[in-house]
Design a protein around this ligand. Structure first.
Ligand SMILES: [Zn+2]
Length: 314
C-alpha cells in the first residue's frame, strides 16, 4: 500500500460549519399605531432647559419636565444606550437595575401604542431600530448633528435613512427631511446641535461665535468638520475660564433652548396624529462648576442631569 493511498479511499474532511447565507427578512405589517420621534438636545443640561422655560416643547406634558439621569457623559455612548431602548433613568432606590430595565421597556407599549410588546422580542439584537423595523414594521430614520454619530459609525444599524446634517446647529433643516406615511409608522432619531458648544443659532454669523482661548481655530471650522465627517479635536481644551465668560456661555445654551422652542412649534404642527414625541438630552454640560467646562471626561452630577419629557400631542 502506497504512502498516500488512504487519500483515495477516504472522503476529504468536511468543514464543521459551512458559510451560511445572510438571512433575508421581510418587513412585517405594522404592529403599532404611533410614529415615534426621539429627540436629543445635545449637551442640554436640566437647569439650562428649565431656565429657558420653553412653552411649546413642554406642551407634550402640560408643562411638566422631569429631571432624569443619563447613563453616559458624552454623545456616543449615550446615544448607543438610547437606541438600546434605555432612556435616561430616574435613579430609583431599592430596585435592581435588571428589574428597572424590564419595567422601563414596558413603556414602549404606550409609546408605540402597541399591545403586549414582549421584552424578549428585543433579544438578541437589543437594538430599538432593529426591533422597530423587523418586528414592528416601522420605517427607521436618523438625522444627527454631531459627527461622532455619523452614518459610517457602528450606530448606523437597521436605519432606512441616516443623515449627518450639513450644519451642526440647524434643527429646522431636519424638519424639511421628515416624511410620514399612512401605510406604516415611522421612527425618527433627531440629534439636535444648537444646544452643543458653541451654542450657536443657525443664522448666527460664525465670526461672532464665542472664542475660547485654546479652542479658537478648532471650533471656527466646526461646520467644515461636520461636513467632512471628521471628528473634532479636543487637544486644545481651555485651561482657565473666567466666571463671567462661563455665565455668558451658559446663557447662550439657555438662549438656544428658547430658539428651539420656535422650531418645535413647526415640528408639532407638522407631525401627524398618533405621534409620540420624547425629548431629552444625551448628557449635560459644565459651566465652571468644580473647575470643569464641557462634558465627556467629567465626573460631576451636573453632567448627568438632563431634562426628560414625553407624550402625544393629539
Ligand atoms: Zn452630546
Amino acid at each position: 500500500m502506497g504512502l498516500f493511498s488512504w487519500l483515495k479511499s477516504t472522503p476529504p474532511p468536511q468543514p464543521v460549519t459551512a458559510p451560511q447565507p445572510v438571512p433575508t427578512w421581510e418587513r412585517p405589517d405594522p404592529r403599532a399605531k404611533n410614529n415615534f420621534i426621539l429627540i436629543t438636545l445635545d449637551s442640554c443640561r436640566y437647569d439650562s432647559f428649565m431656565a429657558a422655560a420653553p412653552k411649546v416643547i413642554t406642551k407634550l406634558t402640560g408643562g411638566e419636565v422631569e429631571k432624569r439621569v443619563t447613563y453616559a457623559s458624552w454623545t456616543a455612548p449615550s446615544h448607543y444606550n438610547l437606541l438600546m431602548g434605555l432612556v435616561p433613568h430616574s435613579s430609583p432606590e431599592h430596585v435592581f437595575a435588571s428589574e428597572y430595565y424590564k419595567q422601563d421597556f414596558l413603556n414602549y407599549d404606550r409609546r408605540l401604542e402597541a399591545e403586549g410588546i414582549a421584552f424578549a422580542k428585543l433579544i438578541p439584537s437589543l437594538w430599538i431600530p432593529t426591533f422597530l423595523r423587523r418586528v414592528m414594521g416601522y420605517t427607521t430614520h436618523a438625522r444627527v448633528s454631531l459627527p461622532v454619530l455619523n452614518s459610517r459609525t457602528p450606530i448606523n444599524v437597521d436605519f432606512d435613512s441616516f443623515q449627518l446634517m450639513e450644519k451642526h446647529n440647524d434643527m429646522a433643516a431636519m424638519l424639511d427631511t421628515l416624511k410620514f406615511s399612512d401605510d406604516r409608522p415611522a421612527f425618527y432619531l433627531l440629534n439636535v446641535g444648537e444646544t452643543h458648544y458653541p451654542y450657536a443659532l443657525p443664522h448666527e454669523d460664525p465670526s461672532t461665535w464665542p472664542r475660547i482661548s485654546g479652542v479658537h481655530g478648532v471650533f471656527k471650522n466646526l461646520d467644515a468638520e461636520v461636513v467632512e465627517g471628521r471628528l473634532i479635536s479636543a487637544d486644545n481644551a481651555p485651561k482657565f475660564l473666567h466666571h463671567e465668560r462661563l455665565d455668558e456661555l451658559r446663557e447662550r445654551q439657555v438662549n438656544a433652548v428658547r430658539y428651539l422652542d420656535t422650531v418645535f412649534e413647526k415640528l408639532y404642527d407638522m407631525v401627524p396624529k398618533n405621534t409620540w414625541v420624547l425629548v431629552t438630552a444625551d448628557h449635560g454640560e459644565l459651566f465652571g462648576e468644580a473647575g470643569y467646562f464641557g462634558h465627556g471626561t467629567i465626573h460631576h452630577p451636573l453632567v448627568y442631569e438632563v431634562p426628560f419629557l414625553e407624550g402625544k400631542l393629539r
